[in-house]
Design a protein around this ligand. Structure first.
Ligand code: TYD
Length: 216
């Protein structure tokens, strides 16, 4: 750990499909605004040029030959750039950073769900994150069936092809997050994401007020 880092507060949100992360994170941002707390609202890959280009490679449907380790390395590369360009400067300035997904997504999606191994993906990511971890991570926990049905309901067009294999993957994602919660019980807080966005927001704010925002 680089002890010279002057730290603001690093807050991340994690969760599977349809967990409502995006809605909730913008509500949290509005809350911080109301409290006049300077913060950066961001997401991986964070809308910075280099990371966007890397993301395009990862998500390009033509890249069917992409190996799982390649995918993990690319996420880590995008993460590194986002960290250096956006997250660290904000933390060094003493601000709060609210980030939609971070290294835990790689541990769960690449490490657990794709089977590369949580520990292997953790080790590989050390080079990217240089020991910088969130102060607190809210994991929005939801049954995959409910999450996926929310997504389907919110779309105008036809339901996505969510075949059985797709569903099994989402179950693995949930299992992976639950393992992380055990591993990192010091910084991970589980939020019941089957609740309304209002209630989810309330639960997170309550946890922040008792913890990370206590002295602010
Ligand atoms: P995105 O469109 O950002 O959706 P979401 O609202 O779910 O965050 O998609 C990001 C996808 O990339 C999501 O399925 C999770 C996955 N992902 C990984 O597999 N590994 C990672 O390290 C990150 C950051 C995301």
């Amino acid at each position: 750990m680089n002890e010279n880092r002057v730290r603001g507060k690093f807050i991340t949100l994690e969760g599977g499909e349809g967990s409502g992360k995006t809605t909730v994170i913008s509500r949290l941002s509005a809350y911080l605004d109301r409290r006049s707390l300077t913060h950066l609202l961001t997401r991986e890959p964070g809308g910075i040029e280099i990371s966007e280009k890397i993301r395009d490679i990862i998500l390009d449907p033509h890249n069917t030959a992409m190996d799982a380790r390649t995918e993990a390395l690319l996420y880590a590369a995008a993460r590194r750039q986002h960290l250096v360009e956006k997250v660290e400067p904000a933390l060094k300035a003493g601000n709060i950073v609210l980030c939609d997904r971070f290294v835990d997504s790689s541990l769960v999606y690449q490490g657990y769900a794709r089977g590369l191994g949580i520990e292997e993906v953790w080790n590989m990511n050390q080079f990217a994150i240089d020991s910088l971890l969130p102060d607190v991570t809210f994991y929005l926990d939801i049954e995959p069936e409910l999450g996926l049905s929310r997504i389907a309901a919110s779309m105008e067009r036809e339901v996505n092809r969510l075949d059985l294999e797709g569903l099994a993957f989402h179950h693995k994602v949930r299992e992976g997050y639950r393992k992380l919660v055990e591993l990192y019980s010091d910084r991970m807080i589980v939020i019941d994401a089957s609740q309304t966005p209002e209630q989810i927001e309330k639960d997170i704010i309550q946890a922040m007020e008792k913890g990370i925002l206590k002295d602010l």
